[in-house]
Design a protein around this ligand. Sequence first.
Ligand SMILES: Cc1cc2nc3c(=O)[nH]c(=O)nc-3n(C[C@H](O)[C@H](O)[C@H](O)COP(=O)(O)OP(=O)(O)OC[C@H]3O[C@@H](n4cnc5c(N)ncnc54)[C@H](O)[C@@H]3O)c2cc1C
Length: 348
Amino acid sequence: MDYAPLRKPHKDWNRRISHCPVCVEKSVDAAPEVLDCIIIGGGPAGITAAVYASRRGLSTMMITGDTGGQMRWSADVQNWTGVQHATGQELVDVFMQHIDSLDSQNGVFPLWVRRGAFVESLEKSNTIFTATLKNGEVIRSKTVTIACGKTPRTLGLTGENKARKTKTLSFSATSDAPLYTGKNVMIIGGGNSALDIALQLTHYAKSITIATNIDHLRGEECLRQKVLNHDKITVLYNTETKGLELNSEDKVKAVVMRVGENAEARTIACDGVFYAIGQTPNTQWLGDFLEKNKYGEIVVNKRCQTSVAGCFAGGDCTDQPHKQIVVAAGEGAICALECHEFVQHGSV
Ligand SMILES: Cc1cc2nc3c(=O)[nH]c(=O)nc-3n(C[C@H](O)[C@H](O)[C@H](O)COP(=O)(O)OP(=O)(O)OC[C@H]3O[C@@H](n4cnc5c(N)ncnc54)[C@H](O)[C@@H]3O)c2cc1C
């Protein structure tokens, strides 16, 4: 099989802010006043929902803060069916080529895409949903798919914001690993994300320390073995991170940490820190519009229905336990098919 498309950068995606095969070359203003479907989020769940919804003939607008979501952060995706290896960015590129291809089908697929746009609130009045964007724009629709994913957690330590600005506190090795060339790096966390970050850093950093707060590494066995056998990586168990120390330029110079139960906190010098301590669902903006669980995840059933009729949710922002690209994409497809069903029949 030819994997060549995965290696090519996506053509000119950034210039495209909207495209509708029904009204090619027209601006986003040409979208109907009331769409069939709004999709909020452009990770694997949102992109797949957009493909399915537009191919079902629903007038669809995908509104997304970025393109690709967390997928961009993975250095090596090995579990997207049919592709043995790809960087997250390569997968994003082919996902986007797919979306892009939908406007070359002689007006069959009515899809608009809004990038760099955030939905700030969602309301439903009678049968119509109203999404208000951060820029004040209002988009109306008969159904909604929420696919707004998650963002990385922080520890709430003093100095985190300053360290983020000087790029000595990072979350994504894919974006930031080269910044740590020849440096000593600490990773806080002990699951798949921490292991993935550590392995990416081995190509750049001088030394890597993983600090986990339990007595073993979680994560897939093959990743654990690679990490434990790598001579650049050290693992500290039963740690508690107490603070960050910054230099006069606001760059991280050390982490204050207790290592081992009942141990005294000590200062461990390093040039930068990665947090890999989980993510928070991007659902705060929804307020109490729909039912969420205690973690802020949107409660859905197996048809991706939320507590609000006509509003569906899929991917990492929901209470389904398996946070993976293929799962998110599958749920995006379910959401779109359910939106189609809802538009056709007006109920569940
Ligand atoms: C470092 C790392 C490595 C990973 N590696 C793998 C792997 O190898 N294999 C695998 O299967 N999974 C992997 N995952 C998990 C996988 O990336 C996620 O499960 C998947 O991306 C979830 O997709 P999603 O579409 O639900 O959400 P996300 O990918 O989080 O996308 C959410 C989207 O919603 C947008 N958004 C959020 N709020 C708003 C708003 N208010 N308005 C508009 N847009 C909004 C965001 O900009 C983003 O585009 C990895 C994750 C990380 C962090």
